[in-house]
Design a protein around this ligand. Sequence first.
Ligand code: TV1
Ligand code: CA
Ligand code: ZN
Length: 387
Amino acid sequence: SASCPDGQKRRVCYYYDSGIANVDYGPRHNMVPRRVDMAHALVRSYGLLDDMMRLRERPATEDEICVVHDHDYVDLLRDLTLGNKPVTCDIKAYGLNKVVNGSIDNPVISGMWDYCQRYSGGSLTAARALAAGEADIAINWSGGMHHACSGEANGFCYVNDITMAVTELLAHFRRVLYLDIDVHHGDGVEAAFANSNRVMTVSFHQCTEGFFPFKNGLVDDVGEGAGMYRTLNVPMKEGMDDEGYHRMFRPIIARVMEVFQPEAIVMQCGADSLSGDKLGRLNLSIRGHACCVAFMRSFNVPLLLLGGGGYTVNHVAACWCYETAVAVGKEIHEDIPPHWYDHYYQDQGYKIHYPVKQGRNKKDNDGEAYITTTTNKVLEHLSKLEA
Ligand code: TV1
Ligand code: CA
Ligand code: ZN
């Protein structure tokens, strides 16, 4: 990308499964799986498919999902959708169809089990391409469901494709870095590897009163036992912009790479940290978001790129297409080529980049104090790991 130049080419593998496009969380739900189809249509229309190897569609098997999830929960996900057996248990205990404030984060939906198999199969297949040395970068924009727990759906996520992919990578690499730039805290992945000294998890997120998942992801949450200081959290106030974000991101990640020396990186690229998101209140531009990807790419360590949140669908699709271009090392034209979904981009003048809201809530993060104090606290935690 122009803002983070890196001429070197990378072998990029790309996973896309068209079976996800029609998954429907319900009419008022914020999660719209079709955004991945929109991103794919952009990727194709820019000709980026010619620069990548396409991975073969392979849904995850029940056994593969059971590596990180409880059998009873997996049976339930399958039985609820396929109608194999009548379900007698209380499904709300598994996070399904739980009504909170009049809405349901994880509804039982048509094709739910198939959806789980497809998006987690994508992350597993992409991880295997890296492990086999077939690619330098592997992409699955339908993955990144960081809130799912071993026995419970949570925060729009049914199964945790990230913990599956990291577990797969651990069979081939000594240390795996998990980096999460979704606006929400990556709690499910953090919990799964809290006690591991082979996985470091780092989440950047909005941490404000009443923001999901509420009490997690404080700057002093650093893990425990064997995993102590291998959990890092970078909480942010509303309105964080590119400049402030990167004043935290760069020094922290540079130090993480030095101290932890990962052999593989899994990056959740949730696009709800972009300006104008329907749920998030940060203020990143697509360039600012993609700079995080370009920075990780520059270390030349096998890199798995996953999707995640992102609720203003035209922004999300433009972002993930642009980041696909960053992965292959091509600058794409600002004008969106004519294609099936082009009418979604009318509001942004049919351009990839849209203007961020200038100075929105900027004060919260200003005056050096917040950014400097938080960055120093995180760097201080990291220095404990060195010793
Ligand atoms: C149906 C219809 C569901 C309208 C959910 C926003 C809706 C939300 C809806 C919503 C909504 C959340 C909570 C409260 C937990 C509940 C993919 C104690 C207008 C990775 C998940 C956010 C983010 C969950 C997922 C959050 C990801 N926010 N309208 N639900 N209860 N849930 O606050 O990290 O992006 O909001
Ligand atoms: Ca995050
Ligand atoms: Zn999110």
